[in-house]
Every structure is written in structure tokens, then in C-alpha cells.
Ligand binder design. Structure first.
Ligand code: NAP
Length: 310
């Protein structure tokens, strides 16, 4: 088994570490070489042209990749769709790839395929292409909110995203979209990566259309309490944003970036970030019997010395 990963950003760093820890070789399809991925046994960086199906096909075939995972993130709708279309075509044309995971990693898209709004524009066309073909086995990963933003930057690969996450540790602020009472599923980035390692080991033909992973479900108010308890010396400024304020934020956005940021914030009050009772448990049993998904307090407590990536 060889895993090819398209996208070499923050989430990929966890995926690389966890696949290699499981002795599964990884090939990264990259645009430019990254020094932190250099000289690591079983890890190959391959420069590709994402606009060329031939370039991607050659990289996949030559690396003997069996599963292709995308972690590409761009807010350029055309670029997101085109790169994913090319990846699917290349995976189908390759001699080795049999499975594909597109770059989703969001909320409950089975019930809320248009949350956040720009996910509908970027991801829905890809879901439709996957649905229309049968050559590749594929699944859409639903993981709620990656929770690592509640730990210091020195203990995570995920970059700061400011107030886009309800806890802005660097600026000692909690900007909570909604009432603070809506349920949200939270997961550590590394546990998501461990889940994907387990998923590629599931026998062929057994992936469901959606796979649910979560560490713990709690509201933003509950998360805020746990975080405040962890950092007793930090005085957080807390603010709630009503649904009307959030909708107006999307309406009045002055550019694409502002719109995307405003749409992100609607995810929690829409109810889409909290999974239905039982789905996470069912998928744990089905796919992840040996993966331990950490709860929020455990993630907080794991952060410590500089260089320890939780
Ligand atoms: N649920 C959550 O809470 C949560 C949180 C964070 C992320 N996510 C999701 O997780 C996934 C990965 O996010 P991330 O944080 O790892 O993103 P990231 O650090 O920004 O990395 C994005 C990667 O995409 C690549 N890329 C961007 N535009 C591209 C293009 N036109 N062609 C080819 N490659 C391109 C970048 O390439 P270069 O390295 O060459 O620039 C980079 O390697 C995304 O789907 C994101 O939405 C979910």
C-alpha cells in the first residue's frame, strides 16, 4: 500500500507522520519542495503540474499509489474544482490508484451539503463527478471542527485562523457564532489523521458514502469553560454573534475572502457542525475500533513543551 497526498499543508503534516508511523509509504504531490518533508525515509516529494492530467497520472503510477488523498485548500473556486477534476481523471488513468478521498474534512455534509456556503460551490461539483463514476472507491470525510486552535501555536501544525475559530488564543478573544448552545463535534488534527490511516486499511468495497469522525461533542459555551479553566491567568474577551449579524456579514462582505470567513461562522448556528446521535459511534465501531479519539480536555492537557505537536 502506498498513499499519495495532493496538498502539502498543515493537515498533511499530521497525515505524513501517522502514515509513516504505521509503516505506510507516502508520496506527496507538490508544487514546490518543502524542507520539512525532505530526507524522511518512506516519504517522497514529487513535483507535479496540477493543470496536467498526464503529469499527475505519471506521478501516481510511478509511485504505485493505491489511495489518493487530497488536502488541497484554496478559496479560488475554479482552481479547487479544476485540480480535483484533474486528480480524479489522473487517478482513474493511473495503473495503481483504486481509492480517492477528496478535500472535505468538514461538517455533516450528508445533511448540510451547502455548509459552509463556499463548500457547496467548490465541493459539490466534485461529489457529483465521483457519484457518476465507479472506477474509484471514494468517501466524504465529516469531522466537525478541528480543535487544535485551543492549544498554543508551538504545539500544533494548524496555522492561526484568528476569529474564524470560536477561541482565538493569540488575541485572548472568544467570538462565538450563535447562542453558544449549539452542539459541535471537535477533533484533534492528529486523531483525524489516525482515523484516515485506519480507513485506508479497511478492505476494499467497505467505505460508506460519508465517514464520521469526532473526538467529543460539546457546545461552544462548554468549550469556552474548559478552555478558561485551562488558562486561568488569561482574561478572554467574549462576544456572541447572532444569526442575523452573521447573515448580514455574508451579504455585506466586501471581497471573496470576507465572504468565505463570514460563511465559515454560519456553520455552528446552522446546526451542521454537530453530528446526529449515534453516527460517530457507528463509524467508530465500523472503521476505527483501534483508534483512540481524544476529548477536548485531553487535547488541552497534551500541549506542553515547545516542539511537542499534540
Ligand atoms: N474541519 C476543520 O476544522 C478544518 C480546519 C482546517 C482545515 N480543514 C480542511 O482540511 C483540508 C486541508 O487544510 P489545510 O489546513 O491543510 O490547508 P493548508 O495548510 O492551507 O494547505 C493547503 C494545500 O493546498 C495546496 N494548494 C492550494 N492551492 C492549490 C492549487 N491551485 N493547486 C494545487 N495545490 C494547491 C497548497 O499548496 P502549496 O503548499 O504549494 O501552497 C497547500 O499544500 C481542507 O479541505 C480544509 O478545508 C478543515
Amino acid at each position: 500500500m502506498v498513499i499519495a497526498i495532493a496538498g502539502s499543508g498543515d493537515l498533511t503534516r499530521y497525515l505524513v507522520e501517522e502514515f509513516l508511523a504505521a509503516s505506510i509509504p507516502v508520496t506527496l504531490l507538490i508544487r514546490t519542495v518543502k524542507p520539512h518533508f525532505a530526507d524522511i525515509p518512506n516519504l517522497t516529494q514529487r513535483i507535479v503540474d496540477y493543470n496536467s492530467i498526464d503529469s499527475l497520472t505519471a506521478a501516481l503510477t510511478e509511485s504505485k499509489a493505491t489511495t489518493l488523498i487530497s488536502t488541497i485548500l484554496t478559496y479560488d473556486t475554479t482552481a479547487f474544482i479544476e485540480t480535483h477534476k484533474n486528480l480524479i481523471a489522473a487517478a482513474q488513468a493511473s495503473e495503481s490508484v483504486i481509492r480517492f478521498i477528496p478535500s472535505e474534512y468538514g461538517v455533516d455534509i450528508a445533511k448540510y451539503p451547502d455548509q459552509p456556503g463556499f463548500y457547496w460551490e467548490t465541493r459539490e461539483p466534485i461529489r457529483e463527478i465521483l457519484q457518476r463514476q465507479s472506477k474509484l472507491e471514494w468517501t466524504l470525510i465529516c469531522c466537525g471542527w478541528i480543535v487544535d486552535y485551543i492549544i498554543p501555536l508551538q504545539n500544533r501544525y494548524m496555522k492561526d485562523i484568528g476569529d474564524a475559530f470560536p477561541v482565538n488564543l493569540a488575541e485572548k478573544r472568544m467570538v462565538i457564532p450563535g447562542t453558544g448552545k449549539e452542539a459541535v463535534d471537535w477533533i484533534a488534527a492528529r486523531d483525524l489523521a489516525r482515523g484516515l490511516v485506519a480507513l485506508v486499511r479497511v478492505p476494499l468495497g467497505q467505505w460508506g458514502r460519508y465517514v464520521y469522525l469526532s473526538g467529543e461533542r460539546m457546545s461552544c459555551d462548554e468549550l469556552a469553560e474548559v478552555v478558561k479553566k485551562k488558562y486561568p491567568d488569561t482574561q478572554f474577551q467574549v462576544e456572541y454573534l447572532s444569526l442575523r449579524t452573521l447573515v448580514n456579514g455574508v451579504r455585506d462582505a466586501e471581497d471573496e475572502f470576507e465572504r468565505v470567513e463570514a460563511e465559515y461562522k454560519i456553520v455552528i448556528p446552522s446546526g451542521s457542525a454537530g453530528f446526529e446521535e449515534g453516527v460517530v459511534e457507528k463509524d467508530r465501531e465500523r472503521y476505527f475500533p483501534n483508534v483512540r479519539f481524544r476529548g477536548v480536555r485531553e487535547v488541552l492537557d497534551a500541549a506542553g513543551e515547545e516542539g511537542v505537536i499534540v
